[in-house]
Design a protein around this ligand. Structure first.
Ligand code: GRF
Length: 214
């Protein structure tokens, strides 16, 4: 099977990137990570990528140490993506909001991992907000990136029951475990053509979103 070429954008610890690296190296998924872009120089995700011998670009600071604006970041990121020519861009803990122009110019489909059951709880602090509202279900979603934040077609979700005594931190850890299952599950569906992201509307052999219950 032809491997799905993936570029990954990160800002943080990169635990989801690690899941992708492990699956690629073990041959569990038909993917090839063609490059990782971080907007944070000391993100642990960069260490993980380097350890795995995956091409890495840090676009957080210009050489003179001044912060890069989002436009400059996007210009360089687009150049890299054009060069790497991925089939799919995965935002895995990428914490900068991207412009509509960038999203439009990315040379392939782009998906994002979000720690809530979208369309509920777009944006930040999702675990706190779930606890405050008293919801009994929580989880994570993978959706297509569009210009509107966290609003593109939801492809897959992993769902858990909120337990009595859950805190934002316990939910963060429990949702992270779900993410580590949902990311490879979703990439497999895309790699195998069960989800075809290049079509509008997205075509799927299964009703969307596809849900995993834990
Ligand atoms: C995940 O919780 C993801 O949902 C959010 O950022 C976190 C990334 O974690 N967008 P990691 O960097 O993959 O460990």
């Amino acid at each position: 099977m032809k491997k799905l070429k993936i570029a990954v954008l990160v800002s943080g610890s990169g635990s989801n990137l690690q899941v992708m690296i492990d699956a690629m190296q073990a041959g569990r998924l038909p993917i090839e990570i063609v490059g990782v872009i971080s907007n944070v120089a000391d993100a642990y995700a960069v260490v993980r990528a380097n350890n795995a011998g995956v091409r890495t670009a840090v676009l957080s600071h210009v050489p003179n140490g001044k912060k890069m604006g989002i436009r400059t970041f996007e210009k360089h990121a687009l150049e890299l993506l054009d060069e790497w020519s991925p089939d799919l861009v995965v935002l895995a803990g990428f914490m900068r909001v991207l412009s509509a122009e960038f999203i439009q110019n990315v040379p392939c489909a782009m998906i994002n991992l979000h720690p809530s059951l979208l369309p509920n709880y777009k944006g930040l602090d999702t675990h706190e907000r779930v606890l405050k509202s008293g919801d009994t279900l929580h989880g994570c979603s993978i959706h297509v990136v569009t210009a509107e934040l966290d609003a593109g077609q939801v492809l897959t979700q992993a769902v858990l029951d909120v337990a009595q005594g859950d805190t934002p931190e316990s939910l963060r850890l429990r949702v992270q475990k779900l993410e580590h299952a949902l990311v490879p599950f979703t990439l497999e569906l895309i790699a195998k053509g069960v989800l075809e992201l290049d079509e509008t509307p997205i075509s799927s052999n299964l009703p969307l979103p596809i849900k995993l219950y834990f």
